[in-house]
Design a protein around this ligand. Structure first.
Ligand code: DX5
Ligand code: ZN
Length: 226
């Protein structure tokens, strides 16, 4: 788990997959070399959209873990502490909560780690990294949102690259950085160069035919930023 956490990884977001053949689409990216599968959980409150819950994580768990890959669960929900046990039991390896909804962020991060998963904190585009002045010592990863959360297929917010560079300087060395939203083969290299090591990619991987080829293109672009 540690080597995947520290390595450069493109994490396909199943939000843009074909849900009528979800297993096949996930198998395609695993075959192409994906070692992190990103799962977007939305509640219709914190974000306008509603997506999926622990049942889907549980259904994908044998396939993903069988390939030696991790399940990265991005909770865009209010009161995430109520659902951490269910997602951990379903097989989540990384559970990411939003800083904006956690009054007791330190407690939630400890709860995630006690459940056996790695603990991540996500920041919306308008949330300053300085809100992590204390929590940066209690998490395994920080997720920088490079779009406003809620939907796949949005355009990358250009100021996010500089925010990632500032985040890298602000965090302890052992805390990983994930970037989520509008990642493509065009910007992936620059995002890695700025300090991100997990790059979520939804529509750029699942948004057209030949998923394996699209995954490899983004992964190669990411590797060029090292
Ligand atoms: C957005 C989600 C993202 C989304 C990314 O709220 O958190 O993970 O799936 O999709 P793309 O890569 O298409 O911007
Ligand atoms: Zn996400």
């Amino acid at each position: 788990m540690e080597d995947i956490l520290r390595g450069i990884n493109v994490a396909p977001s199943i939000l843009s997959a074909d849900f009528s053949r979800l297993g096949d689409d996930v198998e395609a990216v695993l075959n192409a070399g994906a070692r992190v599968i990103h799962i977007d959980v939305m509640d219709g409150h914190f974000v306008p959209n509603i997506t999926i819950g622990p049942l889907v994580v549980k259904a994908l768990q044998p396939l993903v873990h069988g390939a030696g890959a991790l399940l990265d669960v991005h909770l865009m929900i209010e009161r995430p502490e109520q659902y951490v046990p269910q997602f951990a039991a379903a097989g989540a390896d990384m559970i990411v909560v939003h800083q904006e909804v956690c009054t007791h962020l330190h407690r939630v991060l400890a709860q995630i780690r006690e459940s056996g998963a790695l603990a991540g904190v996500s920041l919306n585009p308008a949330t300053p990294i300085e809100t992590l002045a204390e929590a940066r010592y209690s998490c395994d990863m920080v997720l920088i949102m490079s779009v406003n959360p809620g939907f796949g297929g949005q355009s990358f917010i250009p100021t996010s690259t500089d925010k990632i560079a500032r985040t890298r300087a602000y965090l302890p060395d052992n805390v990983a950085i994930e970037v989520d939203g509008g990642v493509t083969e065009i910007n992936a290299g620059a995002l890695v160069a700025a300090g991100a090591n997990w790059l979520v990619a939804g529509s750029s991987v699942f948004g057209g035919p030949d998923i394996e080829e699209r995954f490899r293109a983004v992964a190669q672009a990411a590797a060029s930023g090292v």
